[in-house]
Ligand binder design. Structure first.
Ligand SMILES: O=C(O)CCC(=O)C(=O)O
Ligand SMILES: [Fe+2]
Length: 316
């Protein structure tokens, strides 16, 4: 599966104040995104929309959340597989996660927060909402650039309007070993794009899409990892690969991470634009619905990595 590498992922600067479509700055960042996605299939984004103490605040809010008793955390249920509470899974015993659907809207987070703290927890819901709202801006810039790269801007409105957000927060117990243990095994996400950040306990590793090397992510204060999910891979008819990643852990400190997962809306049929299908690029996947794909995944866990192909791959 490829070896470990000391190489670094490309870091792309999204902090420029005038980063607007049509400007030279935009085109220069877009060219870097294109190159990074071709060479690595993912990249580090520098984005400074959050105050300096923000990370500290969010990770202490997560500590408060995950320290709640299990019977409270399991109140986080969702009709979408993998969007609700996950934990105590024998295959990934260190891992727990809690999902907040469309967390950039304050009322949504407040309603979900009340399932954990019936009297509400204003500071918790506000921090989650402002995080989701800030990163949503970054996600939309990145997807806009990707559509421009593949010259399918005419689908911009439909693409943006047919997507929504899942804010997923995670805690990994420290394995108390010096040898790295699997926190989350190698996988691709099923969504469109994922933007992740982690506390001071590193552990996220990404596989370069061109060389197969595993690259450790060592974040800086303003950095996030951007990965591509299977739904975007399918919609672009294979022009971008979904990013393989995993979490490896050692030591005894818990690792916290937060991911903004951009997902296709339920019942929206993902279908590659005709501009991306031709003789050299035959259609790879039949049109599919993301939520149904997740249901298929959930009922075929052993075949996880082959989910999308197994679900709707076209036999060529
Ligand atoms: O914890 C992380 O950094 C990665 C989490 C992840 O890959 C996932 O939830 O799909
Ligand atoms: Fe993932």
């Amino acid at each position: 599966m490829g070896s470990h590498s000391p190489s670094k992922l490309p870091a792309i600067d999204f902090t420029k104040p005038e980063l607007k479509p049509g400007t030279d700055q935009w085109d220069s960042v877009k060219a870097q995104v294109q190159q990074a996605l071709q060479e690595f299939g993912c990249f580090e984004a520098l984005f400074d929309k959050f105050p300096l103490e923000f990370r500290e605040t969010i990770f202490s809010a997560l500590e408060e959340l995950f320290d709640l008793p299990l019977e409270i955390k399991t109140r986080n249920v969702s009709k979408t597989p993998y969007h609700g509470y996950i934990g105590q899974h024998p295959k990934i015993p260190l891992f727990e996660s809690i999902g907040f659907d469309d967390a950039h809207v304050l009322e949504n987070v407040e309603a979900q927060t009340r399932t954990f703290w019936p009297q509400g927890n204003t500071s918790f819901s506000e921090i989650m909402q402002s995080y989701a709202k800030g990163l949503r801006e970054l996600d939309q810039m990145i997807r806009r650039m990707i559509l421009e790269i593949f010259e399918i801007e005419k689908y911009m409105d439909e693409h943006m309007e047919s997507s929504e957000y899942l804010l997923k927060v995670m805690r990994y117990k420290g394995p108390r070993t010096s040898e790295p243990q699997v926190g989350l095994g190698p996988h691709t996400d099923m969504d469109l794009v994922t933007i992740l950040c982690q506390n001071e306990v590193n552990g996220l590793e990404l596989q370069s899409s061109s060389t197969g090397e595993w690259i450790d992510w060592i974040p800086s204060n303003d950095s996030f990892i951007v990965t591509i999910g299977e739904s975007l891979h399918a919609w672009l008819n294979g022009r971008l690969k979904a990013t393989y990643h995993r979490v490896m852990l050692s030591g005894d400190k818990p690792r916290y991470s937060v991911g903004l997962f951009t997902v296709p809306k339920a019942s929206y049929m993902i279908k590659a634009p005709e501009e991306l299908v031709d003789e050299a690029h035959p259609l790879l996947y039949k049109p599919f619905d993301y939520t149904e794909l997740l249901r298929f995944q959930a009922s075929n866990e052993g075949r996880y990595q082959f989910g999308l192909k197994g679900y709707c791959g076209v036999q060529n």
